[in-house]
Ligand binder design. Sequence first.
Ligand SMILES: *Cc1c(COP(=O)(O)O)cnc(C)c1O
Length: 403
Amino acid sequence: MSGKNRKKLSTELIHTGDGQFCKELAKTASVPETFPVYLTSVFAFDDVASVDAVYERTSGSYLYSRMANPNADAVSRILAAAEGSEGAKALVFASGMAAITTAVLSFVKTGDHILASSVLYGGVYDYFANELPRFGVEVTFADLAREDAAHLIRPNTKLIYTETIGNPLMEVPDLADLSKAARARGPLLFVDNTFATPVIAKPLELGADIALYSATKYLGGHSDVTLGAVTGRGPLIDAIKRFQTLYGATAGPADCWLLARSLRTLELRVKKHSENALRVARFLESHPKVERVFYPGLPASPFHERAKRQFTDGGFGGMLSADIRGGEKEASALIEALETIRFVPSLAGTATTVSYPVKTSHRSYSAEALKKAGIAKGQLRFSIGLEDADNIIGELSRALDRI
Ligand SMILES: *Cc1c(COP(=O)(O)O)cnc(C)c1O
């Protein structure tokens, strides 16, 4: 058993059952019932002409996973379909912030202006307030859920940026109105649809140009994956794609696979989150130790009618905030009195969790900005999970009794 061409162990271990096995698999009569994970950073070609064809865009073959990977494409297809919008395309990113920063950078340059909601996810606010000005992009903040945006648009305004359900005050801007103002004057309308998901709201259908997601939240839904996504019409998504490849904000194939798996149950999960959250909101609203509840599903919310008009039949989401009577001392005591509801500075998992905006997500806000926004020292934000609603309410009730 010798001979120069006999493959040695290391060679066999490297080449046997490698990617070439896919060619054999492609000839079999069955396909996997679920889409497999393509854990490959790069793709092999049979000849030079095939590579030429990819670069010259006459073939759509995969080449390098930073540019495109089957798992990223598979999950993008699901996300685009979920928007229910004609011609919608999607891209997945390594995180929500990667999706947002890359999408914004794709459309602004020095000298441009962005009009943004004054209450935003903390990381996005930080990026707008402290990072973009370094590149000569000016951002002004306004209460886009209450103020008329039209007179705030300048000749150099390239983007209007808002959230379907604002964080943490659960404010609901009128997306159709914002879209009308944007269309009349030129800027693109970007809407962070993380809290709503396509189960509750479809920003593209309401006139937004780009919907943005932290897929780390409800789209993933199990607190086990960090990803982001953007959806929009083809040409806009193609423009963002160039920057995604350039900046390298690509999502890994295994994470994309997890997200695809999670999306199968998105509608079920979000509807149950909404149902549970409405019950918890009603309970908290009637509790003497709670000063105010922020939830668009409550008729007392100033955004209830607009949300009813704008949202689909998925309810009002799983996120709500509550001002605990007293302030910081009482809010901290409540967090400590809870049993299974843990202090988790994120949201949208299967378990009910509590967060403290002034200490976590909105830490980058100055005292003045917090006051202006209406984010109180005693304000807690709850992410209502998929447990039995009576159990969630029972636990909150016991904890409130103890403070
Ligand atoms: C979490 C979050 C983000 C940022 O997403 P990451 O996945 O953490 O990068 C953006 N917007 C909203 C509304 C969020 O909740």
